[in-house]
Design a protein around this ligand. Structure first.
Ligand SMILES: [Zn+2]
Length: 134
């Protein structure tokens, strides 16, 4: 079937997804600490050494996004960088525009197939799609 073939070719071309955010963080010299913290979704602290704290109480797709969010603070500066911009940066890292748009077309919309490809929540995928089509 043509649609199936197209999908196979696409997933073959983009086997870099979902983006391995944890490996990326480790490569950048960050320590990622995951635990069950009460009332703390995620955080970054730079001293004495860069450390990202993730909350195991949150679903994996959200923790991936949290980590990408904190990575952007690390890359672009914690103080000057607004959290909303950090979320946009995280969405771009996890769902690059061209690949994301292609996958949405292949999947026939923003659905769980798309979420699985990028390892994100449905809410994050819908927000990304809204941003890209606004
Ligand atoms: Zn933030």
């Amino acid at each position: 079937m043509r649609a199936g073939r197209c999908e196979d070719e696409l997933s073959g071309a983009f086997d870099g997804f979902p983006v391995d955010v944890r490996a990326m963080a480790v490569q950048m010299g960050l320590t990622v600490l995951e635990g069950e913290w009460r009332g703390l979704p995620h955080a970054i602290c730079l001293y004495p050494q860069p450390l990202v704290i993730l909350n195991r109480r949150r679903p994996e797709v959200m923790r991936r996004f949290d980590l990408a969010h904190e990575l952007s603070h690390y890359v672009l500066g914690v103080e000057k960088y607004h959290s909303r911009a950090a979320n946009q940066w995280a969405a771009t890292l996890l769902m690059p525009e061209a690949v994301f748009k292609l996958e949405v077309i292949v999947a026939g919309g923003v659905n769980l197939t798309v979420c699985r490809v990028f390892g994100v929540s449905l809410a994050a995928a819908k927000l990304r799609f809204a941003e890209l089509t606004a």
